[in-house]
Design a protein around this ligand. Structure first.
Ligand code: SF4
Length: 86
């Protein structure tokens, strides 16, 4: 079967919110919910949930969080998104 995009998901997240207290006390607009095109981030009252399985690996959260509170790493070797040029 032909495809343009495929994902091999790791079991470990490559995205980490470093300090949930910063989200709660210093980021009232929860901007990652707005700027993430994959809707990976969801506020759950006291914690920012990260649904990393649905990410696009666009890297927007690396630069978008105003508090540098998201650690972004490449997925480990062999995992992540594969783009195929048709
Ligand atoms: S943008 Fe950064 S500080 Fe704000 S809620 Fe998201 S992870 Fe937390």
């Amino acid at each position: 079967m032909r495809f343009l995009l495929a994902v091999k998901c790791d079991t470990k997240s490559h995205l980490t919110v470093l300090d949930h207290d910063v989200c709660m006390t210093q980021c009232p607009d929860k901007l990652c919910i707005v700027f993430c095109p994959a809707e990976v981030y969801k506020w759950e009252g006291t914690r920012m949930q990260v649904g990393f399985e649905g990410r696009h690996e666009c890297g927007s959260c690396r630069i978008g969080c105003p508090h540098e509170n998201i650690k972004w790493e490449y997925p480990k070797g062999g995992h992540g998104i594969v783009f195929r040029l048709a």
